[in-house]
Design a protein around this ligand. Structure first.
Ligand SMILES: [Zn+2]
Length: 362
């Protein structure tokens, strides 16, 4: 590679998405295009340390699949569930994984590739992806939530991702929505995710079936109620099943209550809803929007668009590349500020081995 290309910036990054089920790695260019990717099972019960080792394999394979080597990328960004001391690359905690506390995530990655590497909460990273290349494009104020086994969140305020003092602003799923509601795994009662995430949705269907309601949901799982999923309920609702429609209606109500709260708190232009459950589509979005209109007044509902996410499963790896690009740009800006003004062009140009090995000063 010529010095000129290096000076202009390689502008390819690796995004890593550590999920509860899969670990994905992708090589992503500056336009958000995935040039090559690979995945490994998360095997959460085997712990996060082992998952990081598999993430390193996935990165190697993603580079291979893109026909590139580590010299062809500028840096790496990873999304990992939970809260972290991200500058050190160590988890504070990470739900799902057996050994979630104090696990070094970035040190082994930096050692394996000699790359500058960065990490944040998984939904914060997805928020960066949706903001730069997805449903949040062009908005300076955006909140994202993801609906799945839990509810995660991220916020862009004045064009900048905000994460909070202990990088805890992802935990919108644990704001109390129903003070007397079901207990949550976090120890609180009536958390948003305890009334509106996966298990709550399935519970609504199961309760109705146990009360003798006739529904296609039960028939489709041969009355094995443990096999009911939100996706199945969504399909039944599309076919006009009354119970399925009620379940999504009630879930949408609780989602709408939380969304109205977030709109009061963050005054966003857009509230982006992602995650598998969001694929239930209008049957869920209609009650969400209706509830927000009924409840959001001081910051009016009309000021905020509620839209589905656009990047789907790719939000994590694309967001990882955005994180890497953002942090590398900060890193270089700091380097330029240290350099004398007349040396500026040179400071921009160099990305020496010393830069690569240096721990990022976040
Ligand atoms: Zn909770």
């Amino acid at each position: 590679m010529g010095e000129e290309e290096r000076a202009a910036g390689i502008q390819r990054y690796i995004g890593v998405d550590v999920g509860g089920t899969n670990i994905r790695a992708g090589v992503v260019d500056a336009e958000g295009r995935i040039l090559g990717e690979a995945r490994r099972p998360a095997l959460a019960e085997a712990g996060l340390r082992a998952a990081v080792a598999r993430a390193i394999e996935a990165v190697e394979e993603a580079l291979h699949n893109a026909g590139l080597t580590v010299a062809d990328v500028e840096g790496l960004g990873a999304g990992v569930p939970g809260a972290h001391r991200s500058a050190e690359g160590i988890t504070i905690y990470s739900p799902n994984f057996a050994d979630s506390r104090g696990v070094p995530v970035l040190p082994p990655i930096r050692e394996a590739f000699g790359l500058l590497a960065f990490m944040l909460n998984d939904v914060a990273v997805q928020t960066l992806g949706e903001h730069r290349f997805g449903a949040g494009r062009g908005y300076s104020h955006m909140v994202m939530i993801t609906l799945g086994t839990g509810i995660g969140g991220g916020a862009i305020i004045d064009g900048e991702l905000r994460v909070g003092y202990t990088e805890g602003f992802a935990e919108v799923g644990h704001m109390t929505i129903d003070p007397d509601g079901p207990f949550c795994e976090c120890g609180n009662q009536g958390c948003w995710e305890a009334v509106a995430a996966r298990d709550a949705i399935v519970r609504r269907a199961v309760t109705r079936i146990q009360h003798g309601r006739q529904t296609a949901i039960a028939e489709m799982v041969d009355f094995r109620l443990g096999s009911i999923t939100p996706a199945l309920i969504g399909r039944c609702a599309d076919e006009g099943d009354d119970v399925a429609i009620e379940v999504l209606e009630e879930t949408g109500y609780y989602l709408g209550v939380g969304c109205a709260n977030l709109i009061q708190l963050y005054n966003p232009q857009a509230l982006v809803i992602g995650g598998g459950i969001a694929q239930a589509g209008r049957r869920l979005f209609e009650p969400i929007t209706r509830t927000v209109r009924a409840r959001a007044h001081m910051v009016p509902a009309s000021t905020c668009r509620i839209v589905p996410a656009q990047l789907g499963d790719d939000a994590g790896i694309i967001g990882g590349s955005v994180l890497a690009a953002r942090e590398l740009s900060r890193h270089r800006k700091e380097a330029r500020e240290v350099a004398a003004p007349e040396e500026q062009p040179q400071a921009v140009e160099t990305r020496s081995e010393m830069d690569r090995e240096q721990e990022p000063g976040l």
